[in-house]
Design a protein around this ligand. Structure first.
Ligand code: PMP
Length: 320
């Protein structure tokens, strides 16, 4: 679907995947005015095809557009584009447990000019692609590298938006993590360099021995994850105490070493919920071993997503 100022949204189409020709002076190529989302469609337990909380992705896409001074795509157009594509591509949706049709809606500035100002033209596109289970051969704890050199987002920046530039800025830190044998990077806050914000592509939770959980508060520099939000609801409904507050890396390390902090987990659309194992930082490392609460929450959330458990929240959206 295209957008032009004064004309609105026009020219919706579904096409076989192929390269898009864009002018070398397209604004996105120079000033990175681009946003995206990621979600999955899958076969539920009863054979229907569903998506998990696509309305939340639509709302976040709209907020990202606002932050990036882009045309706000109407949420019903976002949702209709996904439904239509999933219906057309239904034969490509994997039927194996954990498999899904990954959907990648994105939008970029397509006006042709060299100059720093919001574009007046946009192209909104959705790619659909079959993917297997994130964990082949069972859930495996992730190893993390705590970056001291790089931050992902500063106050007033774009951390709460899902824009491509945030990920470009995180690649050096991610490469550093990989060099140290870690799967993901932990970003600390940009001001004090003390507080845990999130991982390269996931939010984090900490589980204490008294059953309480802590997750970094959304301060405007963290991506408001839809999985994070779902876990907050689910855990609180199960009577667990979950506190959203600033959480320093010192607190994490001290409480993990004393044994008070039993588990930590990361969450996001791709892996849903995954235990955190090794945590490496410039002066050393420690390893977290608990997985009990993590596994229980994972099972409960996946069961709702796949239609094996009741969905009192109306999270599951049926497409077919
Ligand atoms: N933080 C970042 C930086 C991410 O890229 C993602 C993945 N979208 C998340 C958190 C988790 O968000 P969600 O649960 O909506 O996938």
């Amino acid at each position: 679907v295209r957008y032009a100022e004064g004309k609105g949204w026009y020219d919706p189409r579904v096409e076989p995947r192929a390269p898009i020709a864009i002018d070398p002076a397209s604004a996105v190529l120079h000033y990175a005015q681009e946003i995206f989302e990621g979600l999955k469609a899958y076969h539920a337990h009863d054979g229907s095809v569903t998506m998990f909380r696509p309305d939340a992705n639509a709302a976040r896409f709209r907020r990202s557009a606002e932050r990036m001074a882009m045309a706000p795509l109407p949420e019903d157009l976002f949702l209709a584009s996904l439904d239509e594509l999933v219906r057309i591509d239904r034969q490509w949706i994997p039927t194996d447990e954990g498999g899904s049709l990954y959907l990648r809606p994105f939008m970029f500035a397509s006006e042709v000019f060299l100059g720093v100002k919001p574009s007046s033209d946009y192209l909104y596109v959705v790619i659909a692609s079959a993917v297997g289970s994130y964990f082949k051969g069972g859930v495996k704890p992730v190893a993390l590298w705590v970056s001291q050199d790089y931050t992902r987002s500063a106050p007033g920046g774009t951390g709460a938006a899902k824009c491509g530039g945030n990920y470009a800025a995180s690649l050096s830190a991610q490469a550093e993590a990989a060099e140290r044998g870690c799967d993901q990077v932990v970003f600390l806050d940009a001001v004090e360099r003390r507080y845990v914000e999130e991982l390269g592509g996931m939010n984090v939770f900490f589980v204490y021995d008294d059953g309480t959980m802590v997750t970094p508060a959304l301060t405007g520099t963290i991506l408001p994850g839809i999985t994070r939000d779902s876990i907050l609801t689910l855990a609180r409904d199960r009577g667990m105490t979950v506190v959203e507050r600033p959480y320093s890396f010192d607190e994490w390390r001290t409480d993990a070493e004393s044994g008070k902090l039993r588990e930590a987990f990361a969450c996001g659309t791709a892996a849903v919920i995954t235990p955190i194992g090794r945590v490496a930082f410039p002066d050393g490392e420690f390893t977290m071993t608990g997985t009990e609460v993590t596994e229980r929450l994972r099972r409960e959330l996946v069961d709702i997503q796949r239609g094996r458990a009741a969905d009192p929240y109306g999270w599951v959206h049926r497409v077919i």
